[in-house]
Write a protein that binds this ligand. Structure first.
Ligand code: HEM
Length: 524
């Protein structure tokens, strides 16, 4: 009996494998054949069993800060939809707008955020909304939606005090500075004010978000991204330093968790903070929670709300500092405001300014790639067969990877100047599934309007104040590896509050005048 045991085991395994093969092939033949599905192109792996060559090349590209360019090149070489092996499993890579509509909207229920993401981000974000699927996600989403509906997304007055602190932190004329840490502080101050009803105030008190803490935020997020890249192999990565950064981030979040628990203890349910304003902490308490789950949601909200907006501002100003023509157009666009704060309606009507924001989100999307996992056998409408136009069968458990950076730079969708920063393209451009900086469908970014209002307001107010912004970085934009994509080398610039204009010669004396920044827009 005992001797028969290994044989029984091996026999059982064979039966299981056979059953798996039969069921997957059958479901393919039924669903796939009925819909005329064909296989997409395959990546020409050198190592064909596990696809380790692909993983190794991805890690090298990441280390050399060209991961996104590699994704773009892979699509250029292998088509808009191709499959590649990841640890022996096929992954579908697609940047076809029709497929994106299916994944994110029309067949939304067929896809999850998935276990790979949960594993990778768990040390930092636990089981928050970003990590969850199914019923748990639905309940977190509806709660946050309620919070956003009641919060001050459209209230530009919330932003103005932080703008004043930002302006005060920028040194006077022409000194070289890096705007990146200032944008991080600005975004952190706004996010904490908006979400938790109390601003961090780091622009006026830089010690509250000093460089060590900023580094911890960056490294904790970059570590999660790397864990995602490694998938199930993540346990091989020595993660001591990473965990230390995560602990630093959590201790920063701690006071907000304590505040939430205090609100809860005092008997929340009003959904308002001590200033009588609705905020997230008091709203969050309205869901069953413990310390750990509050920490997960608050950490996620902070990362989602602060890091991404900082990234957008950093990327935008990196480009504008190298494009004096665009800066001038921005200033002309806002000229009629005469230096006054814009209303929300005015903010939304500034065509060139809005074009700048959308262009930045297009060429440097802060969330540069994304993925979903099929939770059942399903179909994607296009990408299969030799011409890449047939539907594709997607078996349950398959990961679909979307390289947003590559999608946003497709020449056939955006024209020959797809790589260029051209805000004017948005005058006629309609937003559709070829532009997904916030994804789309039921699980799109919940903070999209806040993020766009915030970045647009910063651009307007800085353009009202500064006659010029000139890059002091001779290099091109270099990608970073964090949760949000941003210029690795920051934004080194010189900014002039007033424009120096030569007003001609007075006998014996060449006069230069400093024009007031509210009236100088039309000067050369
Ligand atoms: C430029 C700024 C931003 C960008 C580019 C951005 C982008 C995104 C993207 C692409 C997703 C989908 C992630 C996925 O499911 O795979 C997302 C989700 C999310 N974003 Fe944003 N985001 C930004 C700002 C914000 C802000 C300001 C907040 C809140 C204050 C926020 C809160 C969230 C939350 C809570 C989710 C998870 C939604 C869910 O799973 O249902 N985001 N964001």
């Amino acid at each position: 009996m005992i001797q028969d045991y290994p044989l029984t085991l091996i026999g059982g395994l064979f039966v299981l494998c056979g059953w798996y093969l039969i069921t997957t092939t059958t479901s393919y033949s039924k669903l796939g054949q009925r819909n005329g599905c064909q296989l997409p192109k395959s990546y020409p792996h050198r190592e064909k069993l596990l696809g380790l060559d692909y993983l190794r090349d991805s890690i090298t590209a990441r280390d050399n800060q060209c991961y996104l360019q590699r994704e773009q090149q892979l699509h250029q070489q292998n088509g808009n939809t191709y499959r590649s092996l990841f640890l022996g499993q096929w992954v579908l890579n697609t940047i076809e707008p029709d497929n994106l509509r299916a994944i994110l909207s029309t067949s939304f229920a067929d896809y999850d955020a998935g276990a790979r993401r949960r594993r990778a981000f768990k040390p930092l974000l636990g089981n928050s909304i970003f990590q969850s699927d199914g019923l748990q996600w639905r309940s977190a989403r509806s709660l946050l939606q309620k919070c956003f509906a009641q919060a001050r997304i459209d209230d530009l007055d919330l932003l103005e005090p932080h703008i004043q602190s930002l302006l005060a932190a920028i040194p006077d004329n022409q000194k070289i500075l890096d705007l990146a840490p200032l944008f991080h502080r600005f975004a952190a101050d706004v996010a904490t004010d908006f979400l938790f009803g109390e601003s961090l105030g780091s622009l006026s008190h830089p010690d509250r978000l000093e460089s060590g803490l900023q580094e911890a935020f960056y490294e904790a997020a970059a570590g999660c991204e790397f864990r995602w890249l490694l998938g199930k192999l993540a346990f091989l990565w020595p993660n001591r330093a990473f965990l230390a950064h995560v602990r630093t981030v959590h201790s920063f979040i701690q006071p907000y968790v304590d505040k939430a628990l205090q609100i809860d203890h005092q008997g929340c349910g009003q959904g308002k903070n001590e200033k009588g304003r609705p905020d997230f902490l008091s709203q969050l308490c309205q869901r069953p929670h413990d310390r750990r789950s509050l920490q997960d949601e608050i950490t996620t909200l902070y990362f989602a709300g602060a890091d991404t907006v900082a990234a957008l501002l950093i990327n935008l100003f990196f480009v504008l500092s190298k494009r004096p023509d665009a800066w001038k157009r921005v200033r002309i666009d806002i000229q009629h405001l005469r230096g006054q704060k814009p209303t929300l309606q005015q903010l939304k009507s500034l065509r060139y300014v809005n074009g700048c924001i959308l262009e930045s989100l297009r060429i440097h999307p802060p969330q540069a790639s994304n993925s979903r996992i099929a939770n059942k056998d399903t179909i994607l409408p296009t990408g299969g067969g030799p011409d890449g136009k047939s539907p594709i069968f997607v078996s349950k458990g398959t990961m679909v990877h979307v390289a947003t950076y590559a999608l946003h730079r497709r020449r056939d969708l955006w024209g020959d100047e797809a790589e260029e920063f051209d805000p004017d393209r948005w005058i006629h451009q309609k937003q559709n599934w070829k532009f997904i900086p916030f994804l789309g469908g039921p699980r799109n970014c919940i903070g999209m309007d806040l993020a766009i209002n915030e970045a647009t307001y910063v651009l307007i107010r800085l353009a009202q104040e500064f006659g010029s912004i000139v890059s002091q970085d001779p290099n091109d934009w270099v990608e970073s590896a964090g949760l949000a994509l941003m210029s690795k080398n920051g934004v080194r610039v010189a900014m002039a509050r007033k424009v120096i204009v030569n007003i001609g010669s007075v006998p014996g004396n060449t006069c230069m005048a400093l024009y007031d920044h509210h009236t100088d827009y039309l000067q050369p």
